[in-house]
Design a protein around this ligand. Structure first.
Ligand code: G1P
Ligand code: ZN
Length: 544
């Protein structure tokens, strides 16, 4: 087989962001654009010849084409084996699972997560290392440096590989293995959760649920695990066919983008349980009948009920949450006498804690939960965990959450996003709050006395690496909190995120609407930041 060396020139802007390189499809379609990035990944790695690379994506438009290019380039670079999900599909957590299970050298995941897909929408590519997690910054920076000096790439001159037939074949010196994208992941889930108990819930308990796969990658996983293995009735999984454009939707499981599921769950026909996942399957939303579970509460409930799930019943070493995530899980950790780590936003900060066995379960307020079973957050894992809890305690979602609040108190919580704000104004808003930090301690806003006012800085307890400017934290004496930060994933201008939290121990107040319970703090947030005044906005674009 002939290996071609193709001359090329660097493209600007190939620096990987929070989760790999994400651009419009039209950017990726430029001649050499994808090839340059892939060659730059390979050039940043040592000693991979003869080893295994896992490849798969969320099935969005350009997924198949990109995979063919990556196969030919990986063959040219001397990988020993390529393990590729059938049809080019692998959810992000399943890719992490496969990398770990087969001790692969690494993996390439094609996804733009919850961003829309299609010819005019987004595409993305990221590299994961041998622990199954996203490449750390020193690797992504090396990749970026390579993209800036690339002069040529290597590619095998060979026809496209059939991605739709499971099995092995040899291409040059490389074995190409097309794998079932679901089975390894399903096998792992069966080890972590009590499938017999959950099966009984569906078969004998007449338990009903709806899982909305949002026409994204988790459809085949959810249909196999929920309907075939756990015997939930056929039709439990809706929008279960992965589509290149996600059926025109925005595959983000939240109250805004998964509103059809939300409306159904709040209707009189609602089943007992509702859930959804995002484009690549790492996010989750949990709903009960006429009841929404805030992701921060979901994390706290999952941790508090560890003894119900066989994969966790021997105890947790610790837990971790991203800084803006509510402190509900801290109370559970305190009650159980274990450490709760507070990390900057982004799943990559959990990697060291998981590898060092300092944390078993991690979560973010942005609909992300997961554990040490892989090194990505995992949407379906959270859904199965909830099913395991429901089956074990035999209570409704609402009763489980309310009992949790009764025991630990309720952390009222909401996030307000202001999108596409002029970057300069957004930076000025953040700078002016940074300037307030020094003399705000002890100051009162209404009844709330400031205990700490700082710009969050994280020192990784494992490798001691430091990350600063991770968000303005205003902590009040009563445990309430306001956090401000700029999004690191937005593509247009700046997105200001305001996270508001209030602790309420009194059960009599637990049924309040969060926006009402937080009303005074929401006003204080505006007094401190002046976002509305400085941007001219009347209200946030998204409230979760
Ligand atoms: C957002 C979420 C963050 C998550 C990331 C990737 O990042 O807030 O928790 O890890 O997406 O899914 P942000 O745009 O806030 O930087
Ligand atoms: Zn995702």
């Amino acid at each position: 087989m002939k290996i071609k060396t193709v001359p090329t020139k660097p493209f600007d802007g190939q620096r990987p962001g929070t989760s790999g390189l994400r651009k419009k499809v039209s950017v990726f379609e430029q001649t050499h654009y994808l090839e340059n990035f892939v060659q730059s990944i390979f050039d940043s790695l040592d000693d991979f010849q003869g080893k295994t690379l896992v490849i798969g994506g969320d099935g969005r438009y350009f997924n198949r084409k990109a995979i063919q290019t990556i196969i030919k380039m990986a063959v040219a670079s001397g990988f020993g084996e390529l393990m590729i999900g059938k049809g080019g599909l692998l959810s992000t957590p399943a890719a992490s699972c496969v990398i770990r299970k087969y001790q692969a050298f690494g993996g390439i995941i094609l996804s733009a997560s919850h961003n829309p897909g299609g010819p005019t929408e987004d595409f993305g590519i990221k590299y994961n290392i041998s622990n199954g997690g996203p490449a750390p910054e020193k690797v992504t920076e090396a990749i970026y440096a390579n993209t800036q000096k690339i002069t040529s790439y290597q590619i095998a001159d060979t026809p496209d590989v059939d991605l739709d037939s499971i099995g092995e074949k040899i291409l040059g010196e490389t074995k190409i293995t097309i794998i079932d994208p679901v089975s390894d992941y399903a096998e792992l889930m069966a080890k972590l959760f009590d499938f017999d108990l959950i099966r009984r819930l569906f078969e004998i308990g007449n338990f009903k649920m709806r899982y909305d796969a949002m026409n994204a990658v988790t459809g085949p996983y959810a249909k196999f695990i929920l309907e075939d293995v756990l015997k939930a009735p056929k039709g439990t999984v809706v929008n279960g066919e992965p589509k290149e454009d996600f059926g025109g939707g925005h595959p983000d499981p939240n109250l805004v983008h998964a509103h059809k599921l939300v409306e159904y769950m709040f209707s009189d026909d609602a089943p007992d349980f509702g859930a959804a996942s995002d484009g690549d399957g790492d996010r989750n939303m949990i709903l009960g009948r006429k009841f929404y579970v805030n992701p921060s509460d979901s994390l706290a409930v999952i941790v508090a009920n560890f003894w119900n799930a066989p994969g966790y019943d021997r105890g947790l070493t610790g837990v971790a949450r991203s800084m803006p995530t509510s402190q509900a899980v801290d109370r559970v950790a305190r009650g159980m006498g274990m450490s709760c780590y507070e990390t900057p936003t982004g799943w990559k900060f959990f990697g060291n804690l998981l590898d060092a066995n300092k944390a078993t379960i991690c979560g973010e307020e942005s609909f992300g939960t997961g554990s040490n079973h892989v090194r990505e957050k995992d949407g379906l894992w959270a859904v199965l965990y909830w099913l395991n809890i429901i089956a074990a305690v035999n209570m409704s979602v609402e009763d489980i959450v309310k009992a949790h609040w009764k025991k630990y108190g309720r952390n009222f919580y909401s996030r307000h996003d202001y999108e596409a704000v002029d970057s300069q104004i957004a930076n000025e808003i953040m700078d002016s709050m940074r300037a307030m930090a020094a003399d705000s301690v002890g100051k009162f806003f209404g009844d709330y006395e400031v205990e700490t006012f700082d710009d969050f800085k994280y020192v990784d307890p494992v490798d001691k690496s430091e990350s600063d400017h991770q968000g303005i934290r205003v902590l009040f004496k009563d445990g309430s909190r306001i956090v401000f930060r700029l999004s690191g994933t937005g593509t247009q201008g700046a997105t200001i995120r305001v996270y508001i939290e209030k602790y309420e121990p009194n059960v009599g107040h637990h049924d309040m609407d969060p926006q009402e319970a937080l009303a005074e703090l929401i006003e204080i947030a505006e007094n401190i930041s002046g976002i509305k005044a400085k941007t001219g906005r009347m209200a946030p674009d998204v409230i979760t």
